[in-house]
Design a protein around this ligand. Structure first.
Ligand SMILES: [Mn+2]
Length: 329
């Protein structure tokens, strides 16, 4: 293909397929990409509901050569067969109904033995994503979240599925312990004291931007993976694009100065995704807040990098654990 953005705008030009176990199995899919165009729980600037389509569109810029990634020296399509399962049809104003519909679609992707990739949507997207993962893996689950915010709020004005609550809902899961949860890149003036208290009380490992300055991203990412993978059957990975400094990705609900650099995120993802990741999401890309299109492009790279890391694991024979967890459910 000469013009990279020709054809149907699926993720990395994967074939569009319904989130249906039989269709996915028939196609031999090993990765199911699902969008959740929903931002009804956002407490400030909305727009992340347009994230999935913008990320798909931006992904076309990386779609040549079967997804060869120079950093990893691997071609994604040599080891993974992607299917784009389209978007969940959310229920405007009804977060619970939307979350339930998302879990149903994810169940199909899991039962088909595919690695689920969820494109948000606001950070409430992680709640059905992690709930589905926790149901389908065989044993305790770990959790790594890249985020400027702790997102451990118990509820926001009575709404437990708010985009300020994903880490708390993960904490509520029967097979997740706070000691297996790590947050990378927290910083700044938009973290309520209550959320810090919740993280401390439950023993969540919080690695701030200052920890990254002090220890370096390699050490921070290595420790986060150790926390999440130690004694668990797999790790759920959530990436809030706002973990980056606002200079790198301003098309998001709550960008802030003082965040991670692009290089730190690239390196952090490489290390964390070298571990037993069983499902992932990339959230809070709000394309209308970034007329340049760059934030969506960064979101696409986040997913592509994790897929490249997964391809490397498969090539090197280390992903048997994650694969069999999906196949067994
Ligand atoms: Mn955030």
């Amino acid at each position: 293909m000469a013009i990279l953005h020709a054809g149907i705008a699926t993720f990395l030009q994967a074939p569009p397929l319904a989130p249906d176990r039989d269709a996915l199995r028939q196609a031999g899919a090993t990765v199911g990409v699902l969008g959740l165009p929903y931002d009804s729980t956002t407490v400030t600037r909305p727009g992340a509901s347009h994230g999935p389509r913008a990320i798909r569109d931006a992904s076309s810029h990386f779609s040549f050569g079967g997804g060869y990634h120079l950093d990893y020296d691997v071609t994604i399509s040599d080891h993974l067969t992607l299917a784009d399962c389209g978007d969940v049809d959310g229920a405007p104003g009804r977060a619970q109904e939307t979350s339930d519909r998302t879990e149903l679609a994810l169940d199909e992707i899991w039962v088909a033995g595919c690695f689920p990739v969820l494109l948000g949507g606001d950070h409430g997207t992680t709640i059905p994503g992690a709930r589905a993962a926790a149901r389908h893996i065989d044993g305790p689950m770990g959790f790594v979240m890249f985020d400027t915010h702790l997102d451990t709020a118990p509820e926001i004005d009575g709404e437990p599925l708010s985009h300020c609550c994903p880490a708390h809902r993960v904490l509520d899961l029967p097979n997740v312990e706070g000691r297996n949860m790590a947050i990378i890149g927290a910083h700044g003036a938009a973290n309520p004291k209550l959320e810090k208290d919740v993280a401390d009380e439950h023993g969540i490992s919080v690695f701030t931007v200052r920890d990254i300055d002090r220890m370096g991203i390699d050490e921070v990412a290595r420790r986060a993976l150790e926390v999440a993978a130690g004694g668990t059957a797999g790790v759920y990975l959530s990436v809030d694009i706002d973990v980056l400094d606002g200079a790198f990705a301003w098309g998001t609900c709550g960008p802030e100065i003082g965040g991670m650099t692009g290089r730190e995120l690239v390196r952090g993802l490489e290390i964390v995704a070298s571990g037993p990741i069983v499902a992932m999401d990339c959230v809070e890309v709000a394309p209308f807040l970034d007329a340049s299109g760059n934030t969506a492009r960064v979101g696409a790279r986040v997913v592509i990098d994790v897929l490249a890391a997964r391809a490397v694991r498969l090539r090197d024979g280390a992903a048997a654990g994650a694969g069999s967890a999906a196949a067994a459910s």
